[in-house]
Design a protein around this ligand. Structure first.
Ligand SMILES: Cc1cc2nc3c(=O)[nH]c(=O)nc-3n(C[C@H](O)[C@H](O)[C@H](O)COP(=O)(O)OP(=O)(O)OC[C@H]3O[C@@H](n4cnc5c(N)ncnc54)[C@H](O)[C@@H]3O)c2cc1C
Length: 413
């Protein structure tokens, strides 16, 4: 009987385990995870869980009983320390050795650290433990400084401000999220936060930190000093690809795979945040850190393991919520093609499309869930659209879908 070993305790490996059982696989599944928890979703860590409005079981990937009911062996609080592809074997941190018929690496990423920034009052945010520790420090009247105006920095700023914490965000770029989402979004995000009392110091960098008797003193590049009680370092992530690299797998800012999620070693697959997967829409390798993609990679790999080899072609999707605002993105938003804005930037209700060769290649929307729903359908079918049509809020995006009659005759063909 086959044994599949899944490495990592995130949603990606949990989705592989679920997919394998749903597809009828009745061999052995062992899931090895470094954290001591059941596989869980991370988005609430910077939102509802940090705010204290949801509890842990609500964001487990599967309920506790599911693993026993589906005969999935959990090895929690244990790392895979070594991978020997030639022997189809891994070595665990508890000294055990496990053989596999197929191995799935879903080791995720870790928070990037900054030299000289550590200590009791310094935080990162990647794990449940990080979120719990930070939550305990978000007390009204305290001052939190956040290094990095990325998604995690912005989401934590929103939660902290909601708890009465004074928040200052340092962002080296001229606008937060601007490089990823464009200047319109960057400006909207600054304004939304400013209304809640969050101060953005854009174009500014903190270069050093010292501990004082009552908190921290941060030195900025221009020589200023800012005092605070707590510091969150939110400056990006590092893929947990060392295990794969040491085993001789091809690694380049993550574990390289083909469009089926197969790595350069036989019977070793990589999924989720750590995987640099060839994607036909992008015409090359791409790594994203999106919850939805991690789940879909996991499900897709389950099918590949069972011999249903289709390439992974799903559009990448992510969201971010800050206060009562929602940012949602689909497809390519990497600056490729022509940029078209639909809706009102002034009213903070708009969508930024990327148009490539008369086709929507991607979109990101601020508080426009209907644009997302329609675009998702449109992007799934062949279509042609002009920049003027996209920019016209009265032009129904759904009119780009094939008519019902055309769909039926297409289906008959
Ligand atoms: C605070 C936060 C908020 C987020 N919010 C959003 C959001 O709003 N929308 C969105 O789309 N995405 C969001 N994301 C991103 C999303 O959570 C990730 O894309 C997703 O968690 C990736 O899942 P994964 O299973 O690939 O990896 P992970 O969830 O990182 O899980 C990997 C696991 O593998 C373990 N591991 C690593 N090495 C080993 C080893 N050698 N042996 C055993 N175990 C190992 C790690 O400890 C970890 O538990 C957020 C992420 C964070 C941190």
């Amino acid at each position: 009987m086959s044994r599949f070993v899944l490495v990592g305790g995130g949603v990606a490996t949990a989705a592989t385990a679920t997919g394998l059982r749903e597809e009828g696989f009745d061999g052995g599944i062992v899931l090895v995870a470094a954290e001591p928890h059941l596989p869980y979703e991370r988005p609430p860590l910077s939102k509802e869980y940090l705010a204290g409005t949801v509890d842990r079981p609500s964001f487990r990937a599967n309920p506790e009983a599911w693993y026993a009911d589906h005969d999935v062996e959990l090895v929690l609080g244990t790392r895979v320390d070594e991978l020997v592809p030639a022997e189809h074997r891994v070595r665990l941190s508890d000294g055990r050795s496990l053989g596999y018929d197929a191995l799935v690496l879903g080791t995720g990423v870790r928070a990037r650290t900054l030299d000289g920034f550590s200590g009791e009052r310094v935080h990162a945010l990647r794990t449940l433990a990080d979120s719990e520790r930070l939550r305990g420090r978000l007390t009204a009247g305290r001052h939190l400084v956040i290094l990095g105006g990325g998604f995690i920095g912005c989401e934590v700023a929103a939660v902290a401000a909601g708890r009465g914490v004074r928040v200052t965000v340092f962002e080296p770029e001229p606008l937060p999220l601007g490089r990823v989402l464009g200047a319109e979004f960057g400006r909207a995000v600054v304004d939304i936060h400013a209304e809640q009392g969050v101060e953005f110091r854009t174009g500014q960098v903190v270069t050093a930190m010292t501990e004082t008797s009552s908190g921290l003193a941060l030195t900025t590049r221009d020589g200023g000093v800012v005092e605070c009680d707590e510091l969150l370092v939110g400056v990006g992530s590092v893929p947990n690809a060392e295990l794969a690299a040491a085993a001789g797998l091809e690694v380049d800012r993550g574990i390289l795979t083909d469009e089926f999620g197969r790595t350069s070693a036989p019977d070793v697959h990589a999924i989720g945040d750590v995987a640099v997967r060839h994607h036909p829409e992008h015409g090359g390798p791409v790594r994203v850190e999106h919850h939805d993609t991690a789940v879909k990679h996991g499900r897709h790999t389950a099918r590949v393991l069972l011999g249903h080899a289709e390439p992974f072609t799903e559009q990448h999707f992510f969201w971010s919520s800050q206060y009562d605002h929602m940012i949602q993105s689909l497809g390519r938003i990497d600056g490729e093609g022509e940029t078209v804005i639909r809706g009102s930037v002034e009213d903070r209700s708009f969508t930024r499309f990327s148009l490539v060769d008369g086709r929507i290649a991607g979109m990101v929307a601020l508080d426009r869930p209907r644009d997302l729903l329609a675009t998702r359908k449109v992007m799934a079918v062949p279509h042609r659209v002009t920049a003027d049509q996209l920019a016209d809020d009265d032009f129904p995006l759904k009119s780009l879908l094939p008519k019902a009659g055309a769909r039926r005759s297409e289906a008959r063909r």
